[in-house]
Every structure is written in structure tokens, then in C-alpha cells.
Write a protein that binds this ligand. Structure first.
Ligand code: ASN
Length: 319
């Protein structure tokens, strides 16, 4: 199997040798230009670019999430305090919009210690980067249009700047048609069964949105209808590249959901305190998985091919 062979290659290859290859250089140049295009698109739309934190007393619990397979949530003790390594900047984004920042984005490394068997998916890395953004007062459709435009602009930029690299890789960047189709998770479950996340992208020819996915407390849930106002973006063949939502901001509801999910009320006390004082505000946003986006753009088969220092689950390299 191709992906299995790739994982074996990662284990066998010297880091230096891998970095020195022509294909890796081409991919990393496309990566760099993708970052240029993405950040320019957001900056041109009035977003403020902020840097991430790597340690914090609270981070995304990544729970409950039917798609998650986290085997460890690393903690450090610093200055006599326990801190976690960032799993996503979601809660910091909510704090920022609450404090009055209208549109923000953060290029943020996420540490997610996935189970070893995820090495074979070709799509999981235990360190990866999100372009994580949030818009105060935005609705789902605003985010759909924003992301569609940003992706089209990125492909257009790559078509101009990276001809040589794409020809070295033997592929062409594909400009998707907008607007992308929207499916509910239930529709896909009916059509494909429980494995819809794997099967639907294999049949798709264009990127598509999926809405109403039960997961973490901070995504808005209409408790009466039993519907979540959240969304994922799926790429043909490659699968999920973005997840996001309209957010919860009301204290009672957040507290109810945190308790329901078995998440620690004590750990999130400061965040809950903000909600109790009525300081959290409605917003919507998402995080774009940058490595997965480049994986699709360059049509590689394993995420290790787009990372200079691959962080494949279960494989700790010398660098
Ligand atoms: N970045 C995502 C969001 O904005 C959260 C995540 O990655 N778990 O919803």
C-alpha cells in the first residue's frame, strides 16, 4: 500500500536526506506561497493577525469529539502551575472577540498526541498548524463565503507563482467552483453510514461543507431542535481540512454543556466567570488545517510529505 510504504520511508529516511529532495523543496515552496496567499487574503479583509500561545492553563478540551483519538493531553509544570500545550486556540479566540477584536486570525501550532495507528491515515500529525480565525457577530454563511473566497484566491495565487514547482510535482492546482455544496451530517450518515467521513470525500469532485456535528461545548447547539450550528469543510479524496462553528456565549448553556460532557468545571472557571458576567459574545470562526490544505493543493499522499520535520503519530524523529 502506498501510504504504508510512505510511513516506512519516513522511518528509514535520514532527515537531512529527506529535506534535500527536489520534491520536498517544491512542496515547501508551495507551502510558503500558500501561507502568503492565506495571510494576505485575511489581512486584505481587515483581519488582525496575532501570534499563538503554546502553553496555557486552559486549551481546547477536544472532547467530546467522535473524530478525536487523543491518547495524551500533555501538561507541564511551570512556576508551580500546571499548563497544557495548545490543542487549539478556540477559547483564546472567544476571549479576544469578547474583548472587542472584530476579526482576528492566528497561525497556531496545535499539539495533538494522536494514537499511533493514525500514522497510516496520511492526514494526521501530532503537531500541525491551523490558521484559526474568528469574526465577532458572524453567522455560518458569512464564514462559508469567506473561506470559499480565500481558497479560490489561494489557488489563483499558486497558479501564478508556482508553475515550476507544480510541474516538478507533476500536478496542477485545482480551482474549485463556488459556492460549495452543503450537506447535513445526517444526510451523509443516511447515504454512507457511520464511515461517511471517509467515504463521502472519495466520491466528491468538489470541496463540500458538512453541518450539524455533535462535539465540544463551545460550538452553538440549538437544544430544542437538537441541531448544531457548526461545520466542517471536506476536500475531495483528502477529507476534512477545516472545522468551525457559530459559538455559544450564554453562561447557563455553557455550564450545562460542560457538565453534560464531563468536562471539568474547575479547569474552565475563569472562562465560565466571563460568561457569567455576560462578557462572551456571539461570533463564528474556524481553523484551516494548513498542512492538509497544502496536501490537497500539491496532491501528495501523506502529511509527512508537506512537513519539513514530519510529526507522524508514533514516530519521533531525531529532529
Ligand atoms: N479551530 C477550531 C474552531 O475554530 C476548533 C478546533 O480545531 N478544535 O472551531
Amino acid at each position: 500500500m502506498k501510504v504504508q510504504a510512505l510511513v516506512e520511508n519516513i522511518l528509514a529516511l535520514d532527515v537531512y536526506e529527506s529535506l534535500a529532495g527536489v520534491q520536498k523543496k517544491a512542496v515547501l515552496h508551495v507551502f510558503s506561497e500558500t501561507l502568503r496567499a492565506l495571510t494576505t487574503s485575511f489581512l486584505d479583509r481587515g483581519f488582525t493577525w496575532l501570534l499563538p500561545v503554546i502553553t496555557s492553563k486552559i486549551t481546547d478540551p477536544l472532547w467530546p469529539d467522535p473524530g478525536a483519538s487523543i491518547e495524551l493531553r500533555p501538561e507541564l509544570e511551570i512556576y508551580g502551575e500546571h499548563v497544557r500545550l495548545t490543542q487549539s486556540m478556540i477559547l483564546h479566540k472567544q476571549l479576544l472577540v469578547a474583548a472587542g477584536y472584530e476579526k482576528i486570525f492566528i497561525l497556531s501550532p496545535n499539539i495533538r498526541i494522536e494514537r499511533r495507528e493514525r500514522a497510516k491515515t496520511g492526514r494526521h500529525a501530532y503537531e500541525f498548524t491551523q490558521l484559526d480565525f474568528e469574526v465577532r457577530g458572524a453567522k455560518r454563511e458569512d464564514i462559508f463565503r469567506l473561506v470559499e473566497d480565500v481558497i479560490v484566491e489561494t489557488v489563483e495565487h499558486l497558479e501564478d507563482c508556482c508553475r515550476k514547482e507544480f510541474s516538478q510535482l507533476g500536478v496542477e492546482p485545482e480551482k474549485p467552483r463556488t459556492p460549495f455544496k452543503v450537506y447535513t451530517r445526517r444526510e451523509l450518515e443516511e447515504k454512507y453510514g457511520k464511515r461517511w467521513e471517509t467515504l463521502a470525500p472519495l466520491e466528491a469532485e468538489e470541496p463540500f461543507w458538512v453541518t450539524d456535528i455533535p462535539r465540544e461545548f463551545y460550538d452553538y447547539e440549538d437544544l430544542e431542535k437538537g441541531e448544531w450550528r457548526n461545520y466542517d469543510l471536506y476536500l475531495p479524496t483528502y477529507g476534512e481540512v477545516l472545522s468551525g462553528a457559530e459559538r455559544e456565549w450564554q453562561y447557563d448553556k455553557i455550564l450545562y454543556k460542560i457538565k453534560r460532557d464531563g468536562v471539568s468545571v474547575d479547569a474552565y472557571a475563569y472562562y465560565l466567570g466571563l460568561a457569567r458576567r455576560g462578557l462572551l459574545v456571539p461570533s463564528a470562526g474556524a481553523g484551516i488545517g494548513v498542512e492538509r490544505l497544502v496536501l490537497w493543493l500539491t496532491k501528495r499522499s501523506h502529511i509527512a510529505e508537506v512537513q519539513p520535520f514530519p510529526r507522524v503519530p508514533g514516530i519521533v524523529l531525531p529532529f
